[in-house]
Design a protein around this ligand. Structure first.
Ligand code: 5GP
Length: 144
């Protein structure tokens, strides 16, 4: 197999700072292993992110045991977001390295409610109003 250069996890990334409480987030769910919070630049109403508390850049260097604890939370929140936003579908996305569109280098899963015929806003587009994000987080929490 061809050797690939490995870039180390850097805990100065924005999600590591959120996990340490150094910068705020609009939280939706938390357990011992996982945190879920609203994306500040939502591609659709209800766009949230699920992150493991254990640091890895992305899925390529993640511990399989961490993935095994994270995916059930992704599922739980996908179901809740679908109900909360009366969505026709749920887009789950996860990018690995810049070539694939990754901009924050702590493993995360996007959960985006989709409605028939409603296009997604651009990835990392406009910042949303924090009060609106709080209201959306409450809707998802009610559906959990
Ligand atoms: P990706 O790395 O998968 O390309 O996307 C990172 C996501 O994190 C983007 O959707 C972006 O809107 C979101 N994001 C970037 N900075 C922050 C932040 O400080 N807080 C929150 N809640 N989301 C962020």
């Amino acid at each position: 197999m061809r050797e690939q250069p490995v870039t180390a996890y850097d805990d100065n990334n924005i999600f590591a700072k959120i996990l340490r409480g150094e910068i705020p987030c609009v939280k939706v769910y938390e357990d011992d292993h996982t945190l879920a919070f609203m994306d500040v630049m939502p591609q659709a109403p209800g766009h949230l992110l699920v992150i493991p508390k254990t640091g890895s850049r992305n899925i390529l260097d993640a511990d399989p045991d961490v993935l095994a604890k994270t995916i059930p939370v992704v599922q739980k929140l996908a179901v809740a977001a679908k109900e909360a936003f009366d969505a026709d579908g749920i887009y789950v996305a996860q990018f690995n390295e810049p070539a694939a569109g990754q901009t924050v280098f702590h493993l995360h899963f996007h959960i985006v409610p989709r409605k028939d015929g409603e296009p997604l806003k651009p990835h990392s587009g406009a910042m949303a109003d924090v009060e609106m994000l709080k209201a959306h987080a409450e809707k998802i929490k009610q559906a959990l």
